[in-house]
Design a protein around this ligand. Structure first.
Ligand code: NAD
Ligand code: ZN
Ligand code: ZN
Length: 345
């Protein structure tokens, strides 16, 4: 074991729910059994981190905590016991930080719904700091030879949309409408294209739609200027087979029903804290499936990273420093981010 780590390090800490994190020194944690200490190299900044900071959701984290669940770093120390990673390996933290491994969800390939799961950057300190702990049974293994700044967004945005596209049951050649072309959505466009789907992008900002076109969307709709349901119905001659909503506004969730084809599947990834209107008649008459999808399992992560390592998916990433996190959150609130912003330490 090589411990070159200092006793304290800089992190972005949520001291109370509100608009800003505090950049401060905190104590270096000691890895316990099944845990490793990781020197963080890069970390994506997900909209979930902003929801965490603002205490948006019914299930809340307990301040003080360090957000961040798209962290890539090097293992510098292993806790007691056996591990299947070594010091020097490059690993990632994720939203699914750990789970119990034995409950009905864990043993049936649905470990993200384990009631005893721990969440990176939420119930466990995350990657908005120079060091973090991971559970070596759940940490992502980062493939060799990849760019670590681009790898970071795969750890949440990538695996989340990849899993959502899988559970949409949309087949190659069918239409997939993706609503919300932010951190998640711009990567979703690329996975959907790689999976052979015909992609339609919906957002409320023209620059996001331009990015979607560059990444392979064949048709785009600005939901501020026209009714996305009508536009998608017309273009696809009856609606999209799959609809994926990553948007952060409730309005997009109601609109998704209008975009779907009869017998289509709508998958919700976005997590605005509110509710959405759904016409019971439309759901029944069109035989729609509406499905929520939460990140992905370790197997989904492996597959999502494999698409990335083979060059089929390339996140648009802008680099920032840890000290810039509050500015990044401001830009995120105003929808002014192209793709993802990631911290480089
Ligand atoms: P982001 O801020 O990068 O992107 C959000 C996008 O939504 C922006 O492009 C914005 O222009 C667009 N948008 C806003 N209002 C819209 C509307 N009415 N119609 C269409 N588009 C609209 O956020 P992100 O990091 O991509 O995260 C998106 C959401 O997904 C967040 O709520 C986040 O918490 C959630 N999330 C869920 C999971 C999961 O496992 N289900 C995982 C990660 C993130
Ligand atoms: Zn479990
Ligand atoms: Zn996330």
């Amino acid at each position: 074991m090589s411990t070159v780590a200092p006793q304290t390090f800089n992190a972005a800490v949520v001291e109370k729910f509100g608009p800003e994190v505090t950049i401060k020194e905190i104590d270096l944690p000691k890895p316990g059994p099944n845990q490793a200490l990781v020197k963080v190299l890069t970390s994506g900044i997900c909209h979930t981190d902003l929801h965490a900071l603002e205490g948006d959701w019914p299930v809340k984290p307990e301040p003080p905590f360090v957000p961040g669940h798209e962290g890539v770093g090097e293992v510098v120390e292993l806790g007691p016991g056996e591990h299947d990673v070594n010091v020097g390996d490059i690993v990632g933290n994720a939203w699914l930080w750990s789970a119990c491994g034995t409950c009905e969800f864990c043993i049936t390939g649905r470990e993200t719904h384990c009631a005893d799961a721990e969440y990176g950057g939420y119930t466990q300190n995350g990657s908005f700091g120079q060091y973090m702990l991971v559970d070596t049974r759940y940490a992502a293994r980062i493939p060799e030879g990849v760019d670590y700044l681009e790898a970071a967004p795969i750890l949440c945005a990538g695996v989340t949309v990849y899993k959502a596209l899988k559970v949409s049951e949309t087949r190659p050649g069918q239409f997939m409408a993706i609503s919300g072309i932010g951190g998640l959505g711009h990567i979703a466009v690329q996975y959907a294209v790689a999976m052979g789907m015909r992609v339609i992008a919906v957002d409320i900002a023209d620059d996001k739609l331009e990015l979607a076109s560059k990444l392979g969307a064949e048709f785009t709709v600005n939901a501020l200027n026209e009714d996305p349901g009508e536009a998608v119905q017309n273009y696809t001659n009856g609606g999209a087979h799959g609809v994926l909503v990553t948007a952060v506004h409730e309005k997009a969730f109601g609109q998704a029903l209008g975009m779907a084809r009869s017998a289509g599947t709508i998958v919700f990834n976005g997590l605005p804290p509110g509710e959405f209107p759904a016409s019971v008649f439309n759901v029944v008459f069109k035989g729609l499936t509406i499905r929520g999808s939460l990140v992905g399992t370790r197997q989904d992560m492996k597959e999502a990273l494999d698409f990335f390592a083979r060059g089929l998916v390339k996140p648009t990433v802008t680099e920032c420093a840890l000290e810039d996190v509050n500015d990044v959150f401001d830009r995120m609130r105003n929808g002014k981010i192209d793709g993802r912003i990631a911290i480089r330490y």
